[in-house]
Design a protein around this ligand. Structure first.
Ligand code: SF4
Ligand code: SF4
Length: 332
């Protein structure tokens, strides 16, 4: 199995790591079985977040009594010290542990630093002193915040969508690089090709969001036989790069809720969904109704101001709506 050293944390984790956001959508029993099967298959690093509803609880239930065998990272979206302490205590309780290996500030709009009015960094330092967390880290979707975090020297790891300039910079700073959205929020369905690409990035740990057994199987195969980049894989990656470049919605949902009730994280990327996954599931009366809601957009701009990718979300929704109507018309 390929392993990766997560920078100065000195934690060594398997190349294939488990992103625990999707297990919110399955039952506790199913999640525990999936997580245990991942561990038995050689996966030893699990990334979750306080904001992922019952994900931490499921991780805690799966690994009770074997804490020392795995590496856990979780996140707090708190914007001040008091909230961070509340989140941390809740994470420790639900994960059934007395320490978190990597404790991450969850996509803050700014880079927490000592002396900030929020008091977040001091709180994390104190939590570290008390042994409740081992490493202080950060996740983000904004390039500027990511650069600031690396330059500050305050963080042991960065979690960010794969971005080569940041990977190089983290390596130089001896920070671990954890790649989120390695499957572009579900738009890349060929996990083996994505994993083959990641094998060419020796300092990066991708966390694969896993919900189904068949998804896990792909990554367990990679644990046993690290995939090689073939000309075929490269062709798939080149095609994905072309299709998934520029103004596409990653489905992260940071722009929500929408006051008009539009399910932006799916509706703003419907054209891609229709072409990259079986289309039927997206053309049901329920989805038609959800897409219709785009017509009631208030153009308030709230979504745009929150999108970390700087997308013009109302325009994107409108484009996706028009395309959707055309696809429906062709279906007759
Ligand atoms: S601009 Fe439209 S889609 Fe965006 S938050 Fe406002 S109502 Fe919702
Ligand atoms: S519009 Fe932006 S914030 Fe909203 S789901 Fe898409 S990528 Fe995320």
């Amino acid at each position: 199995m390929t392993t990766v050293r997560l920078g100065r944390t000195e934690l060594v984790v398997g190349k294939q790591s488990f992103g625990c956001l999707p297990i919110q959508r399955i039952t506790k029993e199913e999640a525990v079985a999936l997580l245990r099967r991942a561990y038995d298959g050689g996966i030893n690093y699990f990334d979750t977040a306080r904001a992922y509803s019952d994900s931490e609880e499921k991780v805690g239930a799966a690994f009770a009594g074997m804490r020392d065998k795995i590496v856990i990272s979780t996140k707090t979206a708190a914007v001040a010290a008091e909230g961070m302490w509340k989140d941390l205590e809740e994470s420790l309780r639900t994960l059934r542990t007395d320490y978190i290996d990597i404790y991450q500030f969850h996509n803050p709009a700014f880079c927490p630093k000592p002396g900030g009015e929020d008091g977040l960094y001091e709180a994390a330092l104190e939590a570290k002193r008390q042994g409740k967390i081992r490493h202080i880290s950060i996740t983000n979707h904004r390039l500027a915040v990511a650069h600031e975090a690396i330059d500050s020297g305050l963080y042991d790891t960065l979690q960010f969508p794969q971005e080569l300039e940041l990977v190089d910079k983290c390596r130089a700073a001896d920070m671990g690089f954890i790649a989120m959205k390695a499957l572009a929020g579900g738009l890349i369905r060929d996990g083996l090709t994505a994993a083959a690409f990641m094998e060419t990035q020796p300092f990066v740990v991708p966390i694969w969001g896993v919900q189904y057994g068949w998804e896990l199987d792909q990554f367990l195969t990679c644990v046993k036989n690290p995939p090689e980049m073939t000309a075929e894989c490269q062709a798939v990656i080149d095609r994905d790069r072309k299709e998934l470049s520029g103004d596409f919605c990653r489905g992260c949902g940071y722009c929500m809720p929408c006051p008009a009730g539009i399910e932006i994280n799916n509706c703003a990327r419907m054209s891609l969904m229709l072409r990259r996954a079986p289309a039927e599931g997206w053309l049901t009366p329920e989805w038609q109704e959800k897409m219709e809601k785009i017509q009631s957009c208030l153009h308030c701009g709230a979504c745009m101001s929150k999108c970390p990718y700087g997308l013009n979300t109302p325009r994107l929704l409108e484009e996706n709506y028009r395309d959707y109507q055309q696809v429906l018309a062709r279906q007759g």
